[in-house]
Design a protein around this ligand. Structure first.
Ligand code: GDP
Ligand code: MG
Length: 162
């Protein structure tokens, strides 16, 4: 059975864009409006000859439960079935209260987490990513899921943990 890599994070941080980057094709639905991805979508992926199952998350509705609870709930389900977790944060926005809720949940899991500072489209934006050291998951990986910047380095680190 292939190991599972789960991609979690708030709506609109670029999870589905990162999925497409990893797959090398446009399969996950990317939307400017948050909340398009269905609850959980899985794909078969490969990097450096290693095959793994990729889980994209999202698709919660803004109901009475509130966005924090929804994101944390989805993230927890994905985290529970994952071998390795990619926690994606929007480096232009920084860590929000919703991100902090996910951080709390992730700390309770004894699973490897790689922190992705997404939307670092050029070198000037790398400083934004360094603030995310404070989340306690070690080195933030500066990535542009949209343009591919940093994605290969991230995937090298991912498959080393799978
Ligand atoms: P999700 O809700 O987390 O799955 O986010 P999506 O993948 O649907 O992306 C949300 C928006 O962010 C879309 O408009 C994407 O084009 C944009 N986006 C995703 N990754 C990047 C990135 O690396 N750089 C920039 N500038 N925009 C991005
Ligand atoms: Mg999505």
């Amino acid at each position: 059975i292939a190991p599972v890599l789960a991609i979690i994070g708030r709506p609109n941080v670029g999870k589905s864009t990162l999925v497409n980057r990893i797959l090398g094709r446009r399969e996950a639905v990317v939307e400017d409006v948050p909340g398009v991805t269905r609850d959980r979508v899985t794909y078969q992926a490969e990097w450096l000859g290693k095959t793994f199952t990729l889980v994209d998350t999202g698709g919660w509705e803004h109901d009475a439960k509130g966005i924090h609870a929804r994101v944390a709930e989805q993230a927890e389900m994905a985290a529970d079935l994952a071998d390795v977790i990619l926690f994606v944060v929007d480096s232009r926005v920084g860590a929000t209260a919703t991100d902090e809720a996910v951080v709390k949940m992730l700390r309770r899991k004894k699973k490897p987490v790689l922190l992705v500072a997404n939307k670092v489209d050029d070198a000037n934006q790398e400083a934004d990513a360094s603030f995310l050291w404070g989340l306690g998951f070690g080195q933030p990986w500066p990535v542009s899921a949209l343009h591919g910047r940093g994605a290969a380095d991230l995937l090298d680190a991912v498959v080393a943990k799978l």
